[in-house]
Ligand binder design. Sequence first.
Ligand code: AMP
Length: 286
Amino acid sequence: MEILRRPREMQAWADFQRAPGRRVGLVPTMGDLHEGHVSLVRIAREQGCDVVAATIFVNPTQFGPGEDYERYPRDEERDLLILKGAGTAAVYLPGVHDMYPEGYQTFVEVGEVSRGLCGAARPGHFRGVATVVAKLFHVGKPHVAVFGEKDYQQLAVIRRMVRDLDLDIEVVAAPTVREADGLAMSSRNKYLEEGDRKAARCLSRGLFLARNLFLEGERDPMRVAAAARAAIEAEGRAALEYVEARDPETLRPLAGPSNRMTILVAAHVGPARLIDNITLQGGETA
Ligand code: AMP
């Protein structure tokens, strides 16, 4: 497994892979890897990639003031072992000054889909995400890039950026990998002490209750979302930030009853801000 730390090294690796016609997959991460990340590497392979590169970079421009940039968990050695075990061909680990050298002043701003939901609570977050992902695309030169549905709005922002900027990259969505009790895997789950860890189940519990209601035939987005809201509000240790039912593609609010909706939630539990979502689809494919 190649370990690359400079943009030019990563570009040279990508050129070398692409020249004989290999299909390159890219899996961007912030490290502190778990099974969710590993599944992305596997999915890249299943998408026909001959080689898969992962990137590890805790991106300062996507964190707001007072957020967890400094304390975000970092464990390079462990991450490299995990990626090696997953069959990753190369890992790109740039330093902050490689990504944002002195005088840096170029950003990618995706419009409407970046606003609302997490964009409302974290101003500038998706500008940082779109910028770093655009830069990783330019050095990794992938044919395919895999992103988790766990970060649903992020996925929508990246899809929009790829379309709007005519990037020749196939964006693949990977299903959310969960702990046995339903909690979506996340590096931020590390912030939870025992009581908070139990309380954190209210997010997925709420989403599963919403799904049950939908499966029973409820199609009113407000009512479906209300089931998730009630479960989170009933948990004393959780502070709800939002519960919304949105169009799965555009993330726009739904005007009325719908056979397709994504329920998105964000809540603070102890020191952690947690997000989760579920997409519900009625009819034959339910
Ligand atoms: P992160 O390192 O948290 O920035 O995540 C890197 C990538 O892994 C993103 O595309 C995430 O959506 C994805 N990811 C994170 N957690 C999960 C999970 N539990 N299941 C699937 N994908 C995930």
